[in-house]
Ligand binder design. Sequence first.
Ligand SMILES: O=C(O)c1cc(=O)[nH]c(=O)n1[C@@H]1O[C@H](COP(=O)(O)O)[C@@H](O)[C@H]1O
Length: 270
Amino acid sequence: MSFMQQLHTRWQSADSLVCVGLDPEPAKFPARFFGRDDAVFEFCRDIVDATAEYVCAFKPQIAHFAALGAEDALARLIAHVHAQHPGVPVILDSKRGDIGSTAQHYAAEAFDRYGADAVTANPYLGRDSLQPFLDRADRGVIVLCRTSNPGAADLQDLLVAGRPLYQHVAEKIAVEWDTHSNCALVVGATWPEQLREVRAIVGAMPLLVPGVGAQGGDVEAVVSNAKSADGTGLIISSSRAVLYASNGDDFADAAARAAGTLRDEINRYR
Ligand SMILES: O=C(O)c1cc(=O)[nH]c(=O)n1[C@@H]1O[C@H](COP(=O)(O)O)[C@@H](O)[C@H]1O
């Protein structure tokens, strides 16, 4: 099943728009993981198993693994999700983008090496830089549009032909680049007005929305401004607020409660 089919099926079957981001930081792990060779995999696996029933997707962030030399843990974690929680798509957050000949290798990294169902990508180098991702019709390509961070406005809001650049990105992807209907866009939860504007441009296209939880995005504003006509259309992602809800022995239960509470809050406004 393609990423888009999996996502739509999972939105319905789990009745959830929540994505749990997997951003391991060993210093924040519960004491029981200290000194364990496989701590990164074991911690993330326990979080995945505890929260899977509440999510429409998982999103491991590649730098959090690569900086630790834990690429092998990332590969095993994605395989674990596929084996133990079939139907839950994995979005590899790697924000890639390079000239086409190099981008081919980034696409192979995400989809063949790691087996991700979707990947985040940076559109700044233009269409040919994303073509190797776009060509994989069964995988998702989630393109940065209006990011959640404070500096998002520096470039993404620059006016081009009278409209902010991020709106051009939204329109380009929706109208020209999404020939296989496998694209989605990243818009931060910290920008509810921009979410509304992007939704108006892209119709039912899924939006990956990081920035609730630790970054303070407002769930009600996100959902009411950016849900699609059928009350779905969103992959609302939270990492630290779920992963590190407790650093005691109850960390997995606390993560499950945080994910379940976020799901319920989102569903109140759909
Ligand atoms: O592509 C992303 O996932 C992303 C885009 C964006 O605009 N803002 C953003 O925070 N992210 C990622 O989403 C995660 C947010 O983590 P928390 O703030 O802990 O929920 C991090 O892994 C970021 O790299």
